[in-house]
Every structure is written in C-alpha cells, then in structure tokens.
Design a protein around this ligand. Structure first.
Ligand code: PLP
Length: 468
C-alpha cells in the first residue's frame, strides 16, 4: 500500500463520533474531552503513517475503527481521571510524606462527608444564636488531652512555629541551640522561618553540645523567648548534651522569659509500651512547664494536616489577634477530621485500634506474619515466572518522626526470572493500582505493614498483568 492509501484508512472525527461506544461515552464525559481524545488518536496514527519508511513497514501498519474507538475511550478516561489518586504503599514507611503522610480513619467518613456537604455551625454559636469561632470545636478535647490552658489550630506546624515566633519574638531575639536548627522536608528550616517571622535567631552552643550556661550567657535585654526544637529527623550521636524543657523553664522563670517548644510530631500516648523509643508527649512538655508547644496534626497524631499550638492562655490570646492567624486558618474539613480523630484519643485502645497511623506503627509481629502469609498465598496462586518468598524487612515511621526508629516487619520479595526488577517496579507503579514499593538487593519488596488487606486482590491482579 502506498501512503495515500494508508492515509485513507484514517477515519474522520465525525465517523468516530458516530460509533455506538463513543455515543455512550458522551453520556458520562464532557464532549470537549471526547473530541480532544479522538483527535489525538487520529493524529498519533497520522504521524505513524508519515514516519513509515518502506513497503515492509507499510505492510505492518494496521488500523481499524475498533482500535481508534478503544484508544479514544482510554484517552478520554485518562484525561478525566483526577490527578490526585489512590496509590498502594508497599514501602512500609508509615508517615510517607510523598504518599500523603497520615491517613484519616475510615470510622469518621460519615462525619467528614456531613461537614463537607452540609451547612454547619463552623463559626456560629447555636446556644446564643450569634456568630461564633471556628476554633472552639477543637479547644475542649485538646485541652483535655494535653492539660494546656488554651489551644489554637492553624494550617500546619510550619505555620504554627511562624505564628508563635511572630507573636512572641518579633523584633527581638529567640535563643535556640545550634544542634536544634533543623530542616524538615527540604523547605522548612528553623532559621528561615524565624527570619520570616521577624525574630532574630541567636544560635548557641556547639553542634553536639549545648549547656544551660550557653543559654544564660546569650540572654540580653532583647531576648524574647527561649526555644527548643525537637530534632525529629536526625540525631546527633556520641558526646552530646542538650538541655531539657524543665531546665529551660527554670532559666526562663529566672529571667521572666517564656519557653516555646516545637515538638514536630505530636504524640499523645507513650509509645514505648508498644516497643518503640520513648518520644516526649505533648502532655509531658506541658507538665514540664513549656509555655507554648507546637506540633503537627498529621504526623504521629494521625489526623489531618494542621499545626496545633497549645499552652498559656495569655500568649494564645495574643496569637488569635495576630493578622497572620487569618491567613493561616484551617478549613472545616480539617477541623472535622481533627475533632473526630482527637475524640478517639479519649480512650487509648480506641485510638490505637482506629487511627491508621497508630495501628500501623504498633502492629505486632504475629499480625504482620499473618498478613504476609495471606498475601503470599494469593500471589503463589499466580505461578509467576519469578522467585517469590516472604522475608524479614525493616519499616520506618517516616515523616520526619523518630529518625532512628525502624520496626521489624515482613515483606513479599519478588525476583523475576526473565524480567528486569526495575521494569517490574515501573509496570506496577504505572498500573491502575499504582503500587509503590522498594527495590532491594535485586528484589521487588512489598512491606505488608502499610498495605491494606483489601488491596491484596489489586496487587494480585496487577502482578498477573505485569508478568503477561
Ligand atoms: C515536621 C516538623 C515541622 C513541620 O511540620 P509540618 O506540619 O510539616 O508543617 C516543624 N518542626 C519540626 C521539628 C518538625 O518535625
């Protein structure tokens, strides 16, 4: 066939539009997208014909109306799909910043949907019949859980730190240990946030050691706050010394200076009972006398993205008046998700059982073994052209929390016999299920800790396709 004959095989847009399957597609998708999809498919095929170099290639070219229709349908569906979509987390990293950090409990989906789709008393006092405050919905529960006098919630913890410094240290100096000048997630750096807030940073001590006298010597008439930052994503080992909150508070009292602590991850329960390292809880910080404590809503707390500020009423009242608060305010979905998550903490077992982050972090070995066994059995049925077995692995908490904390876990390790392991990883990542996992030692490793059991069937289906 010559090129002219080949070009003649290309259908017109109208011909494709007239096909039954496309007419059906128009019931569910916008016409503009359907047209765009069809045009694209025709264009791709036109280019293919243009690129044909000889008779042999021309022979191989084939195009039917069915192919054009099916490709167009695929293209339209791809265009219409949301960009933000579900993935399967096979990495074992529980607070995976790239994969959405904390997961909100399914238990609260009705409350969340009602808050989203119906009017609410977001800023309305039902008792008095007048305007209210959006912050009251979280105040009582957080006060109860932390023992703090007052509470304010903003967009995230970075915003919380900025608001606190802008309110309490603007135009003055904030003293921070050099060993605590952390960078979190590439864009949040304590020194930069401090600069933005208008406070001058006074770094003290050496990288590995800071003594109480370093703080004391740095205090001048410009000092506004003493600040402590939890070094959530790294740790200095060896000869180290840092000053605890209690000692800072004592020093603060002596000089009439407030102490603020950025805890990073807000932990409400002592996780050492579940075999993890002890992390200071928010209650501990308050009990030790910190005037203001800030933490994230979606790290270890396991709720929605938010920055929670707790502490002395006199400072929180000033923050509420700061114009920044309006710019950093949380929306109703966040308030609803946080309130419903925090309520679960009133009973520790309920929290550990129902908050996905806590459940995954505290998952015990027998449960991980059972989960791995179940997934292994599913995959074994496929008789893949690969070596498949269960193996030990290490999961991480992640999210810049508990840097050294790894947890023994179980994984399914797959080594294809006739496929590159990187090619397998790519196929599964690009599949409809979007499986994200690690490659380790030439094995494709699925850590079962962060995989939900109702995702096993999807994994099985995609593995089967990947090996076809
Ligand atoms: C994670 C973290 C932050 C930033 O919190 P976001 O909620 O991500 O804004 C700030 N400080 C510390 C110590 C952290 O660990």
């Amino acid at each position: 066939m010559n090129k002219r004959e080949l070009f003649a095989m290309l259908p017109s847009v109208d011909e494709v539009l007239g096909q039954e399957k496309i007419e059906k597609l128009l019931n569910d998708y916008p016409r503009s997208l359907v047209l765009e999809g069809i045009r694209e498919v025709i264009d791709v095929n036109r280019k293919k014909i243009v690129d044909i170099k000889d008779e042999k290639e021309a022979e191989r070219f084939s195009l039917t109306m069915e192919m054009v229709v099916n490709d167009s349908i695929e293209s339209v569906k791809r265009k219409y799909a949301l960009s933000l979509k579900k993935v399967i987390n096979g990495t074992g990293t529980v607070l995976h910043t790239n994969l959405g950090r904390s997961l909100i409990s399914e238990k609260i989906k009705d409350e969340l949907w009602t808050a989203a789709s119906r009017y609410s008393n977001l800023e309305y006092d039902i008792e008095k019949g007048e305007r209210g405050s959006r912050y009251v919905h979280l105040t009582e529960t957080i006060k109860r859980l932390t023992g703090a006098e007052d509470v304010l919630v903003v967009n995230n913890n970075a915003a919380a730190v900025m608001l606190v410094l802008s309110t309490m240290a603007k135009g003055g100096e904030a003293i921070v240990s050099r060993g605590e000048l952390v960078e979190v997630g590439g864009s949040f750096r304590i020194p930069s946030i401090m600069a933005l807030s208008g406070a001058d940073l006074v770094e003290i001590g050496a990288t590995n050691k800071t003594h109480l006298k370093d703080y004391e010597n740095a205090i001048t008439e410009n000092t506004k706050v003493l600040m402590k930052v939890h070094t959530s994503n790294y740790r200095i080992l060896g000869f180290t010394e840092s000053i605890g909150v209690s000692e800072l508070v004592e020093l603060g009292k002596k000089h009439d200076l407030p102490v603020i602590e950025d805890l990073g991850s807000g932990v409400f329960i002592d996780l050492s009972k579940y075999g993890l390292d002890y992390e200071p809880t928010v209650l501990d910080s308050i009990n030790r006398g910190a005037d203001i404590v800030t933490f994230s809503g979606d790290k270890m707390l396991g709720g929605a993205q938010a920055g929670i500020i707790v502490g002395k009423k006199k400072y929180i009242s000033q923050m509420k008046k700061n114009q920044l608060t309006r710019a950093l305010r949380v929306d109703k979905l966040t308030i609803c998700a946080l309130e419903a998550t925090l309520r679960m903490y009133l009973d520790e077992n309920t929290a550990v059982e129902n908050i996905p982050t806590l459940k995954m972090i505290t998952m015990q070995m027998d449960e991980l073994e059972k989960k791995a066994e179940k997934l292994y059995e599913e995959i074994k049925e496929l008789n893949l052209d690969a070596d498949v077995h269960i193996e030990d692995c290490m999961s991480q908490v992640g999210g810049g929390s508990m840097p050294l904390e790894t947890m023994k876990s179980k994984a399914i390790a797959i080594t294809p016999n006739h496929m590159n392991v990187a090619a397998l990883e790519r196929k599964l990542r690009l599949s409809d299920a979007h499986i994200i996992a690690r490659i380790y030692d030439n094995k494709y490793v699925l850590d079962v800790r962060t995989i939900f059991e109702d995702e096993f069937a999807e994994i099985k289906r995609e593995l089967e396709k990947a090996f076809l």
